[in-house]
Design a protein around this ligand. Structure first.
Ligand code: GAL
Length: 473
């Protein structure tokens, strides 16, 4: 950790320290959108991005709430301009070839997206290079943030490749550079959950990744889920745990032979084109429809950002239906902003719950029993006492994927849940009390108690700044 940060760098942190969050009015609910990485890798172009934007509109995804379209790694040219600015790859983003007096390709693209009701996001890296070897923003934070603002960018995903130490300093430097532009730019940290970002992330960014990269297999989805259990209490309006992209509607080999994140980069050819090695391993098992349903509901209730990672030109109707599930999305976007967490587990049976505005609860009953099991389904019961309700409370139960009312129930509700599937429920007391909003899923869960060392843990530079403030008083 750097010991040399100036007080100036940390003053905004101190301002935010009261709430523990950036508190700038952005991301009051988890952001939703589409990110190019898992479907296209670094092989993205203006043409394909426009196609995705058109499909987001025509398939009803914009109307369903997906607002951002994020260009992940690969959008930029390997070289900065002579005056040190980032620029888009001029072959793949040809609007960049226009005379300098006309908007460059990224600005033109943000304008195109605005016409579709979409906001543009871009990717950069807090090190010298991005993970795919394009220019990183280390040492260029101010001018890169200015470029993003000038181009009408509304989100920055900021990665952690080609770096060694100074993790916090790097991410804070870009936060301050973004703030200095005066343009609201949602800030997504991507340090893969390796530095406990949930402890300091709320002071630095709007979202932080809790895990390494997801890929299209049930094992990967479950791994990211498991690594994010117990972290709900750190998130809330303006600051969210990011479990990584949605593997709903994602496939294996792409039509152009590119196999997503499993390809290994060989580096640029002399002519500048990027070359890819044969994928080092065959992609894992893709998700079944039930698994896609479970994955989407779990990301929704844990209040992860919901970023589609599929190629919308080749998506199954069942995947599209999952991504557009209005009532499941509504639990993710509930204005109370309380992330759900695991509240009960018995072997493969799990219950996740979140408090909703108005005193209701979202509940996901999840059966993760091995698909080799001879049992096709399991009964899972959620008890009102587990949700902070009195056992005699009468509550309406609604199935959110099926959009069906399941009647009034007192004390508990049992659903039969198939293997690798979920029942996604909204529980609404007959006579809901606003005070019932105060319940939290981690409350009374010894496993999720905050530890003293977490409470007291603030990164060294912040501690130093707080010490300095104490001296001034
Ligand atoms: C990784 C990141 C991925 C993707 C990739 C691009 O570090 O976790 O989500 O952005 O870099 O190279």
């Amino acid at each position: 950790m750097p010991g040399s940060l100036s007080a100036l760098v940390w003053l905004p942190l101190l301002a935010a320290a009261g709430t523990g969050a950036l508190d700038d009015g952005q991301a009051l609910v988890p952001p939703m959108g589409l990110n190019t990485w898992n479907a296209f890798g670094a092989n993205i172009s203006e043409a394909v991005v426009k196609e995705m934007a058109d499909l987001m509109e025509s398939l009803g995804l914009v109307a369903a709430g997906y607002r951002y379209l994020v260009l992940d790694d690969g959008w930029s040219d390997p070289e900065r301009t002579q005056d040190g600015r980032l620029q888009a790859d001029r072959q793949r983003f040809p609007s960049g070839k226009r005379p300098a007096c006309l908007p460059n390709s990224i600005k033109a693209l943000s304008g195109y997206l605005a016409g579709k009701g979409l906001l543009l996001g871009v990717y950069s890296d807090s090190g010298g290079f991005t993970c795919q070897g394009f220019p990183g923003s280390r040492g260029h934070e101010a001018e890169d943030a200015r470029s993003f603002a000038d181009w009408g960018v509304s989100l920055l995903k900021y990665d952690n490749c080609y770096t060694h130490d100074d993790l916090l300093e790097r991410f804070v430097a870009m936060r301050d550079a973004l703030n200095a532009t005066g343009r609201p730019i949602l800030y997504q940290l991507c340090e893969w959950g390796i530095g406990d970002p949930w402890l300091w992330g709320p002071r630095v960014a709007h979202t932080w990744r809790t895990t390494f990269d997801i890929h299209s297999s049930w094992a990967s989805v479950m791994q990211n889920l498991d690594e994010s259990i117990g972290l709900a209490r750190y998130a809330g309006p303006g600051h969210w745990n990011d479990l990584d992209l949605l593997e709903v509607g994602t496939f294996g080999p792409q039509p152009n032979g590119w196999e997503g994140v499993h390809g290994a980069s060989l580096g640029p050819e002399p002519g500048g084109a990027w070359q890819w090695a044969t994928p080092p391993r065959v992609r894992g098992q893709y998700l079944s429809e039930k698994e896609e349903r479970a994955h989407f509901a779990l990301w929704a209730i844990l209040k992860s950002p919901l970023f589609i990672a599929a190629d919308l030109r080749r998506m199954a109707a069942s995947s599209l239906a999952i991504l557009r599930s209005k009532e499941v999305i509504a639990i993710n976007q509930d204005p109370l902003g309380v992330p759900g967490d695991l509240i009960w587990k018995s072997g493969p049976k799990e219950i996740y719950a979140a408090s909703l505005s108005g005193g209701g609860r979202a509940v996901v009953l999840h059966n993760r029993h091995s698909i080799l099991s001879h049992l096709q389904a399991a009964n899972i019961t959620v008890r009102w006492a587990q949700l902070g309700y009195a056992p005699e409370e009468r509550a309406a139960v609604r199935d959110l994927y099926r959009q069906q009312d399941l009647g009034m129930h007192a004390g508990s509700f049992t659903a039969e849940v198939r293997l690798h599937d979920v029942a996604v429920l909204r529980i609404t007391p007959q006579d809901p009390q606003p005070a019932q909003e105060a319940w939290r899923p981690w409350q009374g869960q010894p496993m999720f108690e905050r530890h003293e060392e977490d409470e007291g843990w603030i990164p060294e530079p912040l501690r130093a700044a707080e010490g300095r403030q104490g001296d001034q008083q």
